[in-house]
Design a protein around this ligand. Structure first.
Ligand SMILES: Cc1ncc(COP(=O)(O)O)c(C=O)c1O
Length: 387
């Protein structure tokens, strides 16, 4: 009785099945290697933690933070976008702190769309996108991301009859690890402007990039009709702190600020100070964790290829997206793998119908543990029929 249509429309998650499989493996005595959840296992930079500790000792941080109190974080965010991407944004009107990108996305959709509007979403994609769309009452049209196109969508293939209010993209991508270049964002922003569509770019992996590769910002294509969501969760290992920021089109940011004004009072001031400091760190401190994820990638990808699994070498993100030959039911496979070997991975179907022949590894364990995970997975048959 006490469930709205909106709440009922938020899809359930197959991760509950994985949790049950992990519990069964644990009770049968298996040692669990959990690679199913993309939560960084590294610590934030020490200077960031120290800033937060100091803030908790300052009684001036105990009150509700007002918009004017967010100025240091907004200025730090604008400084980061200018330094890192050469993108000029006005910290007064074009930046807003978030309690994480996920919070920001749901409220942004509520701020810039009306129930019944159409949202273009990638398939496969980060599962909470569907929940955010449901909360905002949107009609979802999926954009296929296929390996043969480097997991980039074919925007020109979207029929003219589809009139999306917003287009949501995410590169470096979860779950596929694919990356997009500046020309892609220029094309996407141009396409969106032609269609009267807001381009929303979810960018939590902006600094989790490997070697010389650096991810561009969608805002390099201009801020008009574009909003980008940044997060400190992955790039600075601050997932539990719940902090990020939105930047871009001033009208969309103002609408987001109105909606959020009805919901929250901005992140705790101490967390804002810690985030501002993190965004100003030099590369060798701010990007320190990226090398750790790169070493893990270098351990896991060759081990999976030895099993005959097809997996591209990610240039960014904290995932490997592996296609398992002959796989027909990724959920059944992931459950069986957890129960038989203790290795928990995410079934591709959790990310959309096009994920079905894939599984996703989160690189959240040291290299030797990842190699051991691959060794154990080599003993699991892709399909029950093949057993
Ligand atoms: C694509 C994507 N967007 C958003 C998030 C969540 O970011 P935040 O912690 O800032 O809410 C994640 C976390 O896994 C993600 O993969």
């Amino acid at each position: 009785m006490w469930e709205s249509k909106r709440a009922a429309a938020v899809p359930g998650s197959v991760f509950a099945l994985m949790d049950a499989a992990k519990s069964r493996a644990r009770s049968s005595g298996l040692e669990i290697i959990d690679l199913s959840i993309g939560s960084s296992d590294l610590a934030p930079p020490e200077a960031v933690l120290e800033e937060l500790r100091a803030a908790t000792r300052d009684p001036g941080t105990y009150r509700y933070p007002l918009f004017s109190d967010t100025a240091p974080l907004r200025t730090a965010a604008a400084g980061y976008l200018a330094r890192r991407f050469g993108v000029p944004v006005n910290p007064e009107t074009e930046v807003l702190p978030l309690i994480g990108a996920q919070e920001g996305l749901t409220h942004l959709l509520m701020a810039v769309t009306d129930p019944g509007d159409t949202l273009l979403l990638p398939d496969p994609g980060y599962p909470p996108y569907l929940g955010a769309a449901a909360v905002a009452g949107l009609n979802v049209v999926t954009l296929p991301l296929r390996p043969e196109r480097g997991f980039l969508p074919d925007l020109e293939g979207v029929p003219g009859t589809v009139r999306p209010r917003a287009l949501l993209l995410n590169y470096p991508n979860n779950p596929t690890s694919a990356v997009a270049d500046r020309a892609f964002f220029e094309h996407a922003a141009d396409w969106a402007r032609r269609r009267g569509t807001l381009l929303i770019h979810d960018h939590p992996y902006a600094e989790l990039t490997f070697g010389d590769y650096r991810a561009p910002s969608a805002l390099e294509a201009g801020g008009e009709g574009v909003v980008e969501l940044h997060s400190l969760s992955k790039t600075h290992h601050m997932g539990g702190f719940r902090v990020g920021f939105a930047a871009g089109d001033a009208r969309a940011i103002a609408a987001l600020a109105r909606v959020k004004g009805a919901v929250d009072f901005h992140p705790y001031l101490g967390i804002q100070r810690a985030a501002a400091l993190a965004l100003g760190l030099p590369d060798e401190l701010g990007r320190a964790g990226a090398a750790t994820f790169q070493a893990r990638r270098d351990a896991l990808v060759p081990a999976l290829r030895e099993l005959g699994w097809q997996v591209a070498l990610p240039q960014a993100s904290m995932y490997a997206w592996a296609q398992v030959p002959g796989l027909q039911d990724s959920v059944a496979f992931a459950v069986r793998a957890a129960e038989q070997t203790g290795v928990a991975i995410s079934p591709g179907r959790a990310f959309g119908t096009l994920g079905e022949s894939f599984v996703r590894f989160a690189l959240v364990q040291p290299p030797e543990v990842l190699r051991e995970a691959a060794r154990r997975l080599g003993t699991v048959a892709p399909d029950r029929a093949a057993l």
